[in-house]
Design a protein around this ligand. Structure first.
Ligand SMILES: [Fe+2]
Length: 160
């Protein structure tokens, strides 16, 4: 389903761009929940620092979700943030329920963040090929911030 718009991108371009955006939206929604999973369940000597770090990562991912979803609606399509859609479409690793210590949560979240960043970086080029420079720019913004969040997580892992 799509809506008409005065945006000077063809319906074909908008449809393809929204396909890219929707795929990463499902990943980002999964990732957002994974960051909360880490925030709630982390234990150990660095509890408070990691508890706060994982919440900060969550807040950044929440912004990705909004950017991706609102680009879809801007392009005249329907952003699908339903839990059932997210569960079916996410390409990320399943979050380990048994993770408890800081290192386990850091590694689990870093793995998902790294996979997300790889997919988003690929989407930059794909959006460029489609001919939607603005969506490519949005993916670039998300990619750059994903790299930074990954740095925050990996800096803790390198200290071990
Ligand atoms: Fe909290």
């Amino acid at each position: 389903m799509s809506f008409t718009s005065r945006i000077d991108l063809s319906e074909n371009v908008r449809k393809q761009a929204c396909g890219l955006l929707q795929a990463r939206l499902s990943d980002a929604l999964d990732l957002e929940a994974q960051a909360k999973q880490a925030h709630w369940n982390v234990k150990g000597p660095h509890f408070l620092q990691l508890h706060q770090l994982f919440d900060a990562v969550h807040d950044e991912i929440e912004q990705f979700v909004d950017l991706l979803a609102e680009r879809i609606t801007t392009l005249g399509h329907v952003a699908d943030g339903r839990v059932a859609t997210t569960a079916a479409a996410t390409t990320l690793y399943g979050y380990p329920l048994e993770a408890a210590g800081g290192e386990a949560h850091l590694k689990a979240l870093a793995a998902s963040l790294g996979a997300f960043g790889k997919a988003v970086r690929e989407a930059i080029d794909q959006a460029s090929v489609i001919g939607d420079a603005d969506t490519a720019d949005l993916f670039t913004q998300v990619s750059r911030e994903t790299d930074k969040q990954l740095w925050f997580l990996e800096a803790h892992l390198l200290a071990h």
